[in-house]
Design a protein around this ligand. Structure first.
Ligand code: OOG
Ligand code: NI
Length: 467
């Protein structure tokens, strides 16, 4: 073991998440309210439901759990993001194309950096949804604007070389000595703060005409965390309490409806932050007071990871709700709630049996020990009490919800022309792997691996069972 003055990767990750949260709470007061209310709701749920409340994660993990979001402009910047998060044991998982997922203009493709191994997630599951601007998509940018944008982006520096050097060391050595950890954490948090430097108003507004997201990414010389999201055990209750405190939430909770069957995937809701004063540089060079409204708050409830089949069913139900074209968010929620019970299994057991949800399987300690041989198949092993199924929590994101979150926090819808998506680059998962210079992992494959490894352990344990 290394000395006490050594910080392991997960300790760096936990410390980074905590410091980022402290910074965000200082600068965006409504976030502090959100964290407080989330904690209250979680304590109440724990009191009411007992151990059942922790079925999808121990309360320690859930209380510390956060995700953030950042947006960057170039593959080179994304590669650097990959190094900073690599130092924290976070790898790119999933490819999300938000250019199509929203009604308005969101010219980005995204991935999420997160820990991958089960024990790492249990220690601290911090994740960051990371979006990359798509200047080569002609539906958003013409050649001239694209060239200006790429020049502007090429000339800025998001991460100081000292930070990247420490990140590379931390990743290679899987941690840092305390003395270096402090500097690394300070530089990393600073890199994600909202800068106080003057914003070039004309350039910002030029990009805003394409999309508020384009301006947020390419209109300034730095990046920033745009939200941090705590996890809550009852998001409907949280929504009511936040509204009761006078914080105006968006009009819906995104994702699956509330119902009396198992919670699956992810439910999220958000609120807009306030204008924040930031200096603006006028075309004549003078600097005047201005404001940006680019940071917000979000909260989420996590459910069981679905298999590819389960996800296809979810997407199909969503499409059916869309097809009915409900006029309001409330009508939409009612429709989904009515549709769900007819199609989605109402128990975890049925979710597992129909191959719709992911579970890990574990040999039960007080299994039959009277010399019987265990039955040969999983359903019988479960039925006869040899093996227990634990739900796998969904650790990723949903493109539709993500697009909804982007959209609900934009002032204007911007413009997206019709036509073919990509004359220049095909923005897909492989392209993104190339940009970040790391494999973008497939979330379904990760869940499948987790499940099949647990089954291998069950098989080995039951064969070796001495009784
Ligand atoms: C990211 C929005 C996506 C989520 O939770 O789905 C997201 C952004 O606005 O940059 O964070
Ligand atoms: Ni989010």
């Amino acid at each position: 073991a290394r000395s006490a003055q050594w910080r392991e990767t997960w300790q760096l990750r936990a410390a980074f998440a905590a410091r980022l949260s402290a910074m965000y709470g200082r600068e965006v007061p409504a976030y502090t309210t959100l964290v407080d209310v989330s904690r209250e709701v979680n304590e109440d749920v724990l009191r009411e439901r007992g151990a059942d409340a922790e079925r999808l994660g121990a309360i320690g993990r859930v209380t510390a759990e956060r995700h953030g979001a950042i947006r960057v402009g170039t593959p080179a910047e994304l590669q650097q993001v990959g190094r900073v998060f690599g130092a924290l044991g976070m790898r790119p998982v999933g490819f999300y194309d938000l250019r199509e997922a929203a009604a308005s203009a969101v010219p980005v493709v995204s991935t999420a950096f997160r820990p991958v191994a089960g024990d790492e997630l249990a220690r601290n599951p911090f994740r960051v949804f990371t979006s990359l601007l798509t200047p080569a998509d002609p539906r958003f940018f013409d050649d001239e604007l694209r060239a200006r944008l790429e020049n502007f982006l090429a000339a800025r520096e998001l991460f100081p070389p000292e930070l990247l050097a420490l990140a590379d060391r931390a990743e290679a050595e899987q941690g840092l000595p305390d003395s270096d950890a402090e500097g690394f954490l300070q530089l990393a948090v600073a890199a994600f703060e909202l800068s106080g430097k003057p914003v070039d108003r004309a350039w910002y507004e030029t990009l805003e005409r394409v999309s508020a997201v384009a301006a947020d990414i390419g209109g300034v010389r730095s990046t920033h965390i745009n939200h941090l999201t705590p996890r809550v055990l009852d998001i409907d209750e949280l929504y009511r309490r936040m509204t009761g405190r006078g914080i105006r939430m968006i009009d819906a909770i995104q994702g699956p409806p509330r119902w009396d069957g198992p919670d699956v995937l992810l439910r999220q809701t958000s609120f807009r932050a306030l204008d924040e004063p930031r200096p603006m540089r006028q075309p004549d060079g003078s600097v005047v007071p201005g404001s940006l409204r680019v940071r917000f708050g979000e909260v989420e409830a996590r459910g069981i990871a679905l298999t590819r089949r389960g996800r296809a069913l979810y997407d199909e139900l969503l499409a059916r709700v869309d097809a009915a074209a409900p006029a309001t968010a409330a009508a939409r929620a009612d429709l989904a709630r009515d549709l769900w019970p007819a199609h989605f299994p109402r128990t975890e057991h049925a979710l597992a049996e129909r191959g719709l949800g992911h579970f890990t399987y574990h040999v039960v300690d007080d299994r039959p020990r009277d010399g019987r041989t265990p039955p040969p198949d999983l359903p019988a092993l479960l039925r006869e009490g040899w093996v227990r199924a634990d739900p796998v929590v969904y650790e990723d994101f949903l493109p539709r919800s993500a697009a909804g979150i982007f959209q609900s926090n934009l002032d204007e819808s911007g413009t997206r022309q019709g036509g073919e998506a990509d004359a220049g680059a095909a923005y897909d998962s492989d392209w993104l792997s190339g940009a970040v210079e790391r494999d973008v992992l497939d979330p379904f494959a990760l869940y499948e691996q987790q499940e099949s490894r647990s089954l291998e352990r069950v098989a080995a344990a039951l064969r070796l069972d001495p009784t």
